[in-house]
Design a protein around this ligand. Sequence first.
Ligand SMILES: [Zn+2]
Length: 380
Amino acid sequence: MKLHKKYLSIALIGLICLPAGCGQGESAQSAIPPAPTTTTLPADQYPKTQIYFAPDIDPMVQDRVRITVAGAEEIWGPVNDLEIWVTGLDPDAALTFRDEFCVIRKKTETESMYCDYKADKNTYLFVDFANQSKEGGKTYEDDGPLAFFNAFSKPSGYIVMPYPHGLASKWPVPSEIDQITIFHEYFHAVQEAARNLSEAKPFADYELMTGWMKEATKTFFKYDLLEPRWFMEGLAIAMSENHVLRLRKEGKIDVESDKGTYNPDLIPSLSGFLYETLYEVGELLEAEPNLRLKTLSDSENGRTPYVFGIWAINYLMVENGPDVFLNNFYPAIQELGWEKAFSKAFGKSIDQFYTDFDQFIRQPQDDLLQFLISSRVDSW
Ligand SMILES: [Zn+2]
């Protein structure tokens, strides 16, 4: 799940526009989005991931989602048995959509708390998403519901997405937001698959246990092996920002739907995104001067793991390159747990890294900016 990306992106576009003198500020407010046209995507360009669309989502928007997912698959490969559920705007259609979701949960013996009966239908997840999406589409101020990835207890899981206003050209914000959301959640599925913890066995006679004891033991065991939130989220943000912006620049994913709202020639970068979070780093440290990467979960601000996470991941990427995460770190978690996997993959103990990073992030902002300029990981 990710937080308040909308504001960051809007701020970022403003930021990139200033020196470029793009003068598209007024059109962002007054633009009339192009009328949706139905496109037909050749079947061989369909992604392998099973994507389910609420019945009120039109074919053009469906295709734009498919193209985005296919882009993510091209980078990280398809994730076996992954499902993506894209909700619409109509609460009645969402109810039908929920029934379809729950039929598949039964058929594939994959549990979900979202299929539990509730007396008030508006509290069903998909209906709630449709209602919230409708509200979120009306104003800049409302983020709408947040997409999420949920893992099954057997390998893989599902992503639930709110209505993609950007890809539908129905929102005065570029489709980049939806594309980044899709890549971000898709990457959480990639992380889950790379950890492969559903295969991990807590101890030798674990197999002899039964029922809830077995489930609970496994849940706690898995939780202990898992990397911390700053790592998980920081990496998902770094990966999605970097690849989406690059693919847009290369013309491999849609920028058409931005027409009238956003100049597609203005391509922000991952470094630009980091630059945009610099002021937040300063604010967070000012509010909580004793913040440490190791104890981020104690922070009172929900954004802390995201903001510090992206900086910590960028620091690791500059030192070790972008491939070590999926090639070395994640595959080692099942056997070693995340802390030992960290030392093995990054060549220093996690405690050493915490010390280094806490010192690094407290440098004057000018020095951090200099670091961004001199050590770009997005050299495209
Ligand atoms: Zn996330």
